[in-house]
Design a protein around this ligand. Sequence first.
Ligand code: ZN
Length: 148
Amino acid sequence: MSEKKKSLKITDAEWEVMRVAWTTKATTSKEVTAALNEKTEWKSTTVKTLLSRLVDKGMLGTKRTGNKFIYFPLVEERSSIEILSQELLTKVCSKKVGKVLESIINDSLLSVDDITRLETLLKEKQKTAVKEVPCNCIPGQCQCHLVS
Ligand SMILES: [Zn+2]
């Protein structure tokens, strides 16, 4: 039924580390610990564990330079954010996706440029829009199947 989609399969903590890796391009556990200190108060051992998990998951690469390990991203930030939003939207009935997007937009601080881009995108989507989005759920997970 459901189409196969890519999945990030990383935790929120691992995501925080990836953000530092994307920002710095190449980093060390010391740098990550320092960068996240204000937000998380994670000890260096915690950061080292997160880094090695991300290496195991293929999100980060690592190489030894002298006496320290350098970590660098193996996946792009942009494509990871796309997967993240796909993951969110596959968690609800496809009929409710419009409402989810509405509440995300409603809760977001947007720039004038953001809004212009969204307007253009929506006008484009309008051209190929369906009258009603079909439900993609299994019976028992949404209200769609209860209609008599
Ligand atoms: Zn449904």
